[in-house]
Ligand binder design. Structure first.
Ligand code: PLP
Length: 400
């Protein structure tokens, strides 16, 4: 048997995070300096008996890239090592990973979800899942154990869903506490940890059962769309051989290689994003044209937030300006450095107006319940010199 740096959950990882993002999942016998791309649709099954065993799930083997692929497997193993997970399943996007979980785990039942969500997920949960008979109850105060408990329908609720931290307000949650609620009802907790990445948060070590990532943010570094689900072997293999196989939302091997390349710099980038976002939030929190800054290092929960995410909070933040939609438009259009774009986690800073774009599916009440309004501007702080970003914000805020 080959020795591995990450032997699929059989032995604990000895390597540190910075090493795992470069070597995680690697076989020491491997001599491949850069991962090759297995750009192939189907794999030779060789003998009928072997084919039969693989199809019956009795034997492992590559069949067809929609189901598994050696290059995609490398990406999955690297993320497993980084996240401390037994198994992983790469998907074509974050949304395809979340949809897969919703259908595979939630069918015929009910989901309880935090209301602090990326708008696309909120819309999926509110509009489309009910059309398929899956009902979702949103918890308006996801910091409260009682609120989660009150929403659970014993026997019908299939899982709890939490985005931690949340997009766009970066709510930091006590995952241990919510995991304990899920455990007490015998249902899994699914955590979308996209905005933290394994560098800043490891939900599985805090009691979450399944972690889901959009790899299109920090991991993809502005180049690719992708996603991943991580958890116990049984959960992941049931997904792969079940709903995933028949739904078809697989990651391409080319994108797996690009992702692996960007993962190698993830720790350094996350620290830089976190530092820069803090600098911007600090500047904005003292600005007279800014009513509120949404960044976990500021406000009454800052001490608790730092305990929950001691390595940093990443590059996303938001702020409410004095005024409404018109003022938000003036500021956004006057900014020269960040592009107006619907992404997070790129080297370039990006800005967006959630109420009319990413969270445009939420009505005024739903936005307010989730802590947002038309005066909220989301800012994905990049890795430019923060002094330049501040100068740019200064000139834009002068206009209102
Ligand atoms: N989860 C979060 C927290 C997100 O911000 C997003 C997208 O913005 C998604 C999931 C969806 O991921 P994708 O765009 O890769 O489908």
């Amino acid at each position: 048997m080959s020795r591995t740096l990450y032997p699929g959950g059989k032995k604990p990882n000895k390597q540190r995070p910075k090493t795992l993002e470069i070597h995680g999942g690697e076989t020491l016998a491997e001599r491949e300096i850069r991962p090759g791309v297995a750009r192939v649709t189907a794999f030779p099954l060789r003998r009928l008996r072997r084919a039969q065993d693989i199809f019956a799930g009795k034997k492992d083997g590559f069949v067809y890239t929609r189901i598994n692929n050696p290059t995609v497997k490398k990406f999955e193993e690297r993320l497993m090592a980084m996240e401390g997970a037994e198994a992983a399943l790469a998907t074509s996007s974050g949304m395809s990973a979340i949809m897969l979980l919703a259908l595979a785990l939630g069918h015929g039942g009910h989901i309880v979800s935090s209301n602090r969500l990326y708008g696309g997920v909120f819309h999926l949960f509110r509009e489309y899942l009910p059309k398929l008979g899956i009902h979702v109850t949103f918890v308006d105060n996801p910091h409260s154990v009682e609120a989660w408990q009150a929403a659970i329908r014993p026997g019908t609720t299939r899982f709890l869903y939490l985005e931690a931290p949340s997009n766009p307000l970066i709510d930091v949650f006590d995952i241990r506490m919510i995991a304990a609620v899920a455990y007490s009802y015998g249902i899994p907790l699914v955590v979308d940890s996209t905005l933290a990445t394994p560098v800043l948060l490891k939900p599985l070590s805090l009691g979450a059962d399944i972690v889901v990532h959009s790899a299109s943010k920090y991991m993809g570094n502005g180049e690719v769309i992708g996603g991943c689900i991580l958890g116990k072997k049984k959960v992941i293999s049931d997904l792969r051989n079940g709903w995933f196989r028949d739904m078809g939302g697989c990651l391409s091997p080319d994108n797996a290689v690009i992702l692996m390349s960007h993962l190698e710099s993830l720790s350094a980038r996350m620290i830089e994003h976190s530092t820069n976002a803090f600098r911007i939030a600090e500047y904005l929190s003292a600005h007279p044209k800014v009513r509120k800054v949404h960044h976990p290092a500021f406000g009454e929960d800052s001490r608790r937030n730092k305990e929950l995410m001691p390595k940093g909070f990443g590059g996303l933040m938001a702020f409410d300006i004095v005024g409404g939609l018109d003022e938000a438009r003036m500021v956004i259009e006057a900014l020269k450095m960040p592009w107006l774009a619907a992404n997070i986690g790129e080297a370039r800073s990006l800005v967006i107006h959630p109420a009319t774009t990413t969270h445009g599916q939420m009505n005024t009440e739903e936005l307010a319940a989730a802590g947002m309004s038309e005066s909220t501007i989301r800012y994905s702080v990049g890795r430019e010199d923060p002094a330049d970003l501040i100068e740019d914000l200064e000139q834009a805020l002068e206009l209102i």
